[in-house]
Design a protein around this ligand. Structure first.
Ligand SMILES: [Zn+2]
Length: 354
């Protein structure tokens, strides 16, 4: 979390309930609505399984809806086989969802319309800078995680996308004007999360120059149009909530309730990744592991069970409580609260992975 500067901080409070778009007559009560939003760029691992289990429980324990959304706009990284495997893995875990999955790439119209609205309202502007243009700027410090600070080169420079491309002979992307200063959101697990986005990343990229909509932009548009009120995901995305709150503000959307949960790590403290070698849900499934053992292990790591015992997600609905979630990363086969007793699961399933 970046907490360096608190001066001028403004806190974004989530709405008690979703307010209908354009409504000025007070909050409109909509059912609690969560989403499972995997990206089909690799296999699901235990960390995904834990986050999706908790996201599902959060919405379902309030009698709410759950959407499945495949975030597949970056086609260069997406594989169709992963999309199918993700659906099978989630069903294997015992999670379900309402209606048909939303596949982002199936219709980009909603993103185009939202982008056009932001451009028209002056909340966003065309940007013709390439990554190497930005990296070459001496006043562009690295923001970490491979992210570059965008210094605002194209702010106020062009009247339209067409004008930008005509004047420079280069394809244009689009960036959101980010307000200066520290901004905060309220998180159900972490408390207040703050970031000076203008200082960390600069104006946010909404549309890349190769015509791919950015992760932040697509997520906010989809959460808005799907009426998502509950966003639970890994805490590596905690400061993303501040960035997404900027976008929701510009689009006139209400803010959902955010909850960022600690990640699952191995005993060396490394985050699980989609790389080979980290145990995938698919691998456990193919080895014949009873998913109820795995759900029990994940539930125990989240403080929902005293010890790992076989259980289906539905049986946990009555005991779901974010307040019981350990604040430390969930260590696979580690010690103490928050540990994921995977060895127990595998022993019970008669699986020897070593
Ligand atoms: Zn630019």
């Amino acid at each position: 979390m970046r907490c360096a500067r608190r001066l001028g901080a403004s806190v974004v409070e989530p709405h008690a309930r979703w307010r209908a778009a354009g409504s000025t007559t007070g909050p409109v009560v909509l059912p609690p609505t969560g989403r499972l939003a995997p990206s089909p760029t690799g296999r699901l691992h235990l960390g995904h399984g834990r986050s999706f289990l908790l996201a599902w429980l959060q919405a379902r324990s309030e009698g709410g809806r759950v959407w499945l959304r495949l975030e597949d706009l970056d086609r260069s990284r997406v594989r169709a086989a992963y999309a199918e495997q993700i659906r099978v893995d989630l069903e294997w875990l015992g999670l379900d969802w309402d209606g048909e999955p939303l596949v982002q790439s199936a219709d980009e119209g909603p993103y185009a319309a939202a982008l056009e609205a932001l451009l028209r309202a002056g909340h966003a502007y065309p940007c013709v800078c390439s990554r190497s243009d930005i990296a070459a700027r001496v006043d562009a410090p690295h923001a970490g995680d491979g992210e570059l600070h965008y210094p605002g080169t194209c702010r106020g420079r062009f009247d339209s996308m067409e004008a930008a491309e005509r004047a420079t002979g280069r394809p244009a992307g689009v960036r959101l004007l980010v307000p200066a200063g520290v901004h905060s959101v309220v998180d159900g697990v972490l408390g207040e999360v703050h970031e000076d986005t203008a200082e960390v990343t600069g104006d946010l990229l909404l549309l890349r120059r190769d015509r791919v909509y950015s992760y932040h932009f697509a997520v906010v548009v989809d959460d808005g149009r799907q009426g998502v009120t509950e966003v639970l995901r890994g805490d590596d995305l905690a400061t993303s909530a501040v960035r997404q709150a900027h976008l929701q503000g510009a689009l006139g959307l209400a803010h959902p309730h955010w909850a960022h949960v600690p990640l699952v790590v191995d005993r060396e403290g490394r985050r699980l990744a989609k790389r080979a070698g980290d145990l995938g849900l698919g691998e456990l499934r193919e080895r014949g592991v009873d998913p109820r053992f795995l759900v029990g292990a994940l539930a125990a790591s989240a403080g929902l069970l005293e010890r790992a015992e076989p259980v289906a997600p539905r049986e946990l609905l009555g005991s779901f409580d974010l307040a019981r979630l350990p604040r430390a990363p969930a260590v696979i086969d580690g010690e103490g609260p928050g540990a994921v007793p995977l060895a127990t699961v595998l022993r019970a399933a008669g699986v020897d992975l070593v």
